[in-house]
Design a protein around this ligand. Structure first.
Ligand code: CS2
Length: 493
């Protein structure tokens, strides 16, 4: 029982009495083979589900030890449930529920246990969803970022690490010293060439503490890249209520998502891997074109609509799609981002753009614009600036990217036109505040201040007159007319 609810707490598959689909394998028959860093909703709606499918289809010791590096709430919800939770999939045709059995263990905010798990001889793969800001990678130079708080702390005490790069490096060292084969490291975050990027970060960190170890990692450890896609809003009381109805149990770790799911992975797993293809994963030699299409079309458009939508009073992405003018800007952005992609065999850009617009419209998914607006400084470089440079180089339309940038710049002011304050929820929030708090509220001044932030906007853009003029023009309209009117004007250009 939990919180006065007469239903039992979900703790074993035999407790389930309802319509939810159950795993067709016995979870306890399978050992652990994966450590996952970053136990959030996305992991439970994506990799853990594909692993559940792989266990059902092909078996193997591939259950997951899921680690939350910071918060303890989720692990506290999952521990009494023996890692079981309900996945609610919401499509236009209705809702489906299934119980996922692939999590074998959870660790919360406990670096010592995490390092021990990473050194377990059974572990063949480490997967990660730690968000863009969680890595501590210097994206300009491709190594570790010594100014990142977790990286700085781990450089001081590399044997007792608590951050991503420190933990991976220490575990790879301990494994090497004990004669245990290294694990494969699989990043599942929305970063360009995420495997390569993480490899550079780990090797850079290792080089700072032990050059030989860095050489060993460079030679022996696989870092395949992957593209992940599944729209996963934060769980709500409704998610938990639907899970309880579908399972007859109280489930405090239920998660909800859309029906669509995609995972494209570079097939480089020297220690083997689960049969993730059973869960729809596609294995390719080079994930870059898929990643680029997804990052610039889905995520780039998401960021644009998040800032423009939030500032015009739209709480959810589906509300944005009900605003005729803003929905037109969504289509414009999708097209502009799609247009500059290198051609990819079997990829139909127009069909992909149409499918994305349908997913954004999904009335069953309440995906908050404020959730997507988070961490803009970590997201804009790959989502907006990279395609803007490609558009600039190719002489293609720049305006959609300039509008998205201007919408973010307006968002950084931290106050709506109605005077309501909101937190940016960005790791560079303080720096942004210092830069703009006392400057005049005109487009050029704000644009100049924000474009000059180190390691943010590429110099090629920040120095481009056409780009700056376009951003100033968009930002001026937003500042002087307000976001809704600026959207209307922008859509009727
Ligand atoms: C979103 C992503 O919050 C965000 O920044 O753009 O989480 C997006 O929903 C996923 O990448 C979809 O796969």
């Amino acid at each position: 029982m939990s919180g006065g609810d007469p239903r039992p707490r979900l703790a074993s598959l035999s407790d389930v009495a309802g319509s939810a689909r159950l795993p067709t394998y016995q979870p306890d028959d399978h050992g652990m083979g994966i450590v996952h860093l970053g136990l959030g909703a996305f992991h439970r709606a994506h990799q853990a589900v594909a692993t559940d499918d792989a266990l059902a289809a092909a078996g193997g010791d591939w259950r997951i030890c899921a680690v939350s590096l910071r918060s303890t709430a989720l692990a506290e919800a999952l521990a009494p449930q023996n890692g079981l939770y309900t996945l609610i999939e919401r499509g236009t045709e209705g809702t489906r529920a299934r119980v996922i059995g692939s999590l074998s263990q959870v660790i919360a905010n406990d670096p010592v246990s995490t390092l021990a798990a990473l050194c377990d001889t059974a572990v063949k793969i480490v997967t990660l969803t730690v968000t863009e800001k969680g890595y501590g990678i210097d994206r300009a130079n491709g190594g570790h970022d010594p100014s990142h708080p977790a990286v700085a702390a781990d450089l001081d005490s590399p044997e007792t690490p608590s951050g991503v790069l420190g933990l991976l490096t220490a575990a790879l060292k301990l494994r090497r010293d004990a004669g245990i084969a290294p694990f494969t490291v699989l990043s599942c975050d929305n970063l360009p060439e995420n495997g390569q990027l993480l490899r550079g970060g780990v090797i850079g960190f290792a080089r700072a503490v032990d050059t030989e170890l860095a050489d060993f990692i460079a030679a022996e450890v696989a870092f395949p890249s992957s593209m992940v896609d599944r729209i996963t809003p934060a769980a709500t009381d409704q998610t938990l209520a639907d899970a309880a109805t579908a399972t007859g149990c109280v489930d405090l770790a239920a998660v909800e998502t859309e029906q669509f799911s995609q995972w494209v992975i570079e097939d480089h797993f020297p220690q083997g891997r689960p049969a993730w293809e059973a869960g729809g994963a596609i294995f390719v030699a080079d994930v870059t074109p898929f990643e680029r299409a997804k990052l610039t079309m889905l995520n780039g458009t998401h960021s644009m609509l998040a800032y423009a939508g939030f500032l015009s009073g739209h709480q959810f992405v589906r509300d944005v799609m009900g605003d005729t003018a803003l929905a037109a800007l969504v289509r414009r952005h999708l097209q502009a981002a799609g247009q500059i992609l290198p051609p990819l065999p079997s990829f139909n850009m127009k069909a992909y753009a149409a499918a994305l617009a349908d997913r954004f419209r999904n009335p069953a998914i309440a995906h908050a614009t404020y959730q997507i607006a988070m961490d803009g400084t970590e997201k804009l470089p790959q989502r907006i600036f990279a395609p803007a440079i490609a558009a600039l180089d190719a002489g293609q339309p720049l305006r959609p990217f300039a509008f998205a940038t201007a919408a973010w710049m307006r968002y950084t002011l931290g106050v709506s036109d109605a005077g309501e304050r909101y937190a940016l929820r960005d790791p560079r929030e303080d720096e942004i505040r210092r830069l703009i708090q006392s400057v005049p509220r005109d487009a050029k001044t704000i644009r100049t201040a924000l474009s000059g932030m180190p390691n943010f906007m590429p110099a090629q853009l920040a120095r481009s007159e056409v780009w700056n003029d376009a951003v100033d023009d968009c930002l001026d309209a937003i500042l002087t007319q307000g976001m809704p009117a600026a959207i209307l004007a922008e859509a009727s250009r």
